[in-house]
Write a protein that binds this ligand. Structure first.
Ligand code: 5RP
Length: 231
């Protein structure tokens, strides 16, 4: 297939190639022998593949989803229970949107609650994205909210009061047995405040704003390399 021509006639990479670049760059932030946290999604799948191929030997990984657990085990990496590891040295995960201040929207893969737990338990969060994910203001990507099934309609009404348009993600049950509401048309000018406000609604398990605990490092795969952003 012919590559699209990008800036100054260079062959533009696909967003998947950019994801792979960011994922490979994250290996430099994985200390030998550590227990690391591993997120979920296509960018993380590249990271797991690169980690398995690399010479880095980790003591094990805490996984944020059943899908990542399978890939880690297939690659010969032991998957550990967060209850037995204590805090983790580093967490590597993707995002659906990221600002230059390193606030994120996550949960496109429905793994947001476990991702939030592993991020919270990690000393360093290295986020890996392709260029299309970097935005000035969060919210074009619908904000995922994981809800207890019996509270679905109640939570949806509260999200409407906050100015959003929640849509039930059809046919999706999270690894925790819950439903996902994707909230459209939110103007997220203060991500940390909105994250707290949504967390107060009874029936919400977690929301996809990672602002109170955002990333510590953002690796952005681009056509020309990898940009590194710090808060
Ligand atoms: C899963 C996530 C993912 O990190 C996010 O959806 C990005 O996915 P991808 O790397 O496939 O673009 O939050 O819940």
């Amino acid at each position: 297939m012919r590559k699209q021509l990008g800036y100054k006639g260079f062959a533009a990479m696909s967003s998947d190639d950019q994801k792979r670049r960011a994922a490979e760059a994250a290996l430099a932030h994985v200390p030998e022998g550590c227990v690391l946290g591993v997120g979920t999604g296509s960018t993380v799948n590249h990271f797991i593949a690169a980690l398995v191929k690399s010479r880095i030997r980790v003591a094990g990984a805490v996984s944020s989803s059943d899908a990542s657990t399978r890939l880690l085990r297939d690659g010969g990496i032991e998957v550990l229970d967060l209850n037995s590891t204590g805090d983790l040295e580093v967490y590597v995960d993707g995002a659906d949107e990221a600002t230059r201040h390193l606030a994120l929207i996550k949960g496109g893969g429905a793994a947001l609650t476990r991702e939030k737990i592993v991020a919270a338990a990690s000393r360093r969060f290295v986020c890996i994205v392709d260029r299309s994910k970097v935005v000035d203001v969060l919210g074009r990507f619908p904000l995922p909210v994981e809800v207890i099934p019996m509270a679905r309609s109640y939570v949806a009404r509260q999200l409407v009061r906050l100015g959003g348009q929640p849509v039930l993600r059809a046919g999706v049950t999270t690894d925790n047995g819950n439903a996902i509401l994707d909230v459209h048309n939110l103007a997220i000018t203060d991500p940390a405040a909105l994250e707290s406000e949504i967390n107060q609604v009874a029936g919400v398990v977690a929301n996809g704003l990672f602002a109170r605990r955002g990333a510590d490092l953002l690796l952005v795969g681009t056509d020309s390399g990898v940009d590194t952003l710090k808060p």
